[in-house]
Design a protein around this ligand. Structure first.
Ligand code: ADP
Length: 397
């Protein structure tokens, strides 16, 4: 059995999973020893939950900072301590990391060493909220676990083969050549869906698929037989759909307006667009879909309506990029759990032949389209951790 530790480090969270593997054939050959997450990182107190493979809680704890903020580095140290005290961490054969940005050059998973890390650090300006948190744990583990290979898996990699016309902004050539293009994100989630979907369809060719990764971050990806052809996210993970706290697509002239007429600094505009917008900004209540669906406030409904409206419009756009659509797949926290959102999105896409069966949707079945619906509508749980482990397993001795 090979044990693989997966680290998925976000802006304020650090998710981890220890997966075991006997024989690398399919994505589902992994068993989960334990998995968990630190949330609230970067503040005074963080919350840790660890569960075993059956979902039983192994640890549920709060950590307070001693004289500074409790950050990703503190969380990783506490995780390693817990692993050393409670598990046989000598069995770890490799560590796989989700790395948000691979830029133009890193498309495939890669063994991480000092040189590669230096290279990836040059991409921090392209994903300032995420990339430093992805790379920090790698650097720490290179020191603390120097004998264990570490592998970087890129969220941008899945989209790297898109046609240049799908990647380009209409900007002067020199900027495009300097790498100011649409990269697209959530690639590990879409890769997982693209690899799992043929088994649901019982055939290798999946046709024209639009996958909707709707979580705190949200995007859509158009795939032709499992290959990404277009995505709603762009140069940064700010583009496309409204998200929990991010604005999604807006007129770039609005940014200029905020900087000039409103006199805001770049830092203030960044905070506004990344942290105070989206579902949170529109509702004024919460960036969490559960809260909004439960709320009676009109502004909660307005936020959900805008989220749904933008998804419907972008599905139209991606259908055009694909020349039609055969399947719509919902995934991630909202996509997998929020039946009302799936129903509203499907209703707005009836003109495309998308017909959602109310009862199947309510029951949360895997295929939720009506019998005879020209377009299949599906709910498929994503699993970025398994995708990372699968890539990382190729580097195990
Ligand atoms: P992340 O991008 O942080 O991984 P998730 O994929 O876990 O996020 O998605 C989080 C989102 O999913 C939140 O908006 C949350 O409210 C929503 N969500 C989770 N469960 C439900 C549910 N049962 N009903 C509606 N929304 C849900």
């Amino acid at each position: 059995m090979r044990d693989i530790l997966v680290i998925n480090s976000g802006s304020s969270s650090l998710k981890f999973a220890m997966l075991g593997l006997d024989d690398l054939r399919a994505l589902d050959d992994f068993s989960v020893h334990y998995q968990g997450q630190f949330s609230g990182l970067g503040g005074c107190q963080a919350h840790l939950v660890i569960r075993d493979g059956q979902g039983k809680i192994l640890r549920d704890d709060h950590f307070a900072a001693i004289d500074d903020l409790y950050d990703h580095a503190a969380a990783l140290k506490d995780l390693l301590k817990w692993m050393d005290e409670n598990t046989d961490s000598s069995r770890i054969r490799a560590i796989g990391h989700r790395i948000v940005h691979g830029g133009r050059h890193y498309r495939q998973p890669v063994r991480l060493d000092e040189g590669v890390l230096d290279d990836l650090e040059t991409l921090i300006p392209l994903a300032p909220l995420h990339q430093p948190h992805c790379l920090g744990p790698v650097r720490m583990l290179l020191t603390l676990r120097p004998d264990v290979p570490q592998v970087g898996c890129f969220d941008t990699g899945f989209h790297a083969g898109q046609d240049p016309v799908a990647q380009a902004f209409a900007l002067p050539r020199r900027l495009t050549e300097a790498g100011l293009i649409r990269y697209g994100f959530h690639g590990l989630s879409y890769e997982y869906i693209s690899r799992r979907f043929p088994a649901y369809l019982h055939r290798p060719e999946t046709g024209r698929v639009i996958a909707a990764h709707l979580g705190n971050g949200a995007s859509l990806c158009a795939m032709l037989n499992g290959v990404s052809v277009a995505s709603t996210m762009g140069f940064t993970a700010l583009d496309g759909l409204p998200m929990g706290t991010r604005c999604g697509n807006i007129d770039p002239g609005l940014v200029l307006h905020l900087l000039t007429a409103e006199g805001m600094t770049a830092q203030q505009v960044g905070d506004l667009l990344y942290k105070q917008s989206g579902l949170l900004g529109v509702s004024g209540i919460s960036g969490d879909m559960r809260d909004l669906l439960e709320s009676e406030m009109p502004s909660a409904k307005e936020a959900v309506d805008l989220f749904v409206y933008r998804i419907i419009r972008e599905i139209g756009s991606l259908s055009a990029a694909l020349g039609g659509v055969d399947h719509l797949v919902f995934t991630a926290g909202i996509g997998e759990n929020a039946a009302p959102v799936r129903e509203m999105v499907s209703k707005g896409c009836e003109w495309l032949g998308i017909r959602c069966d109310h009862s199947r949707n309510q029951r949360g079945e895997i295929r939720i389209s009506e019998d005879g619906s020209p377009v299949g509508v599906w709910v498929i749980p994503t699993n970025e951790e398994r995708m990372i482990a699968w890539h990382t397993a190729h580097y195990c001795h």
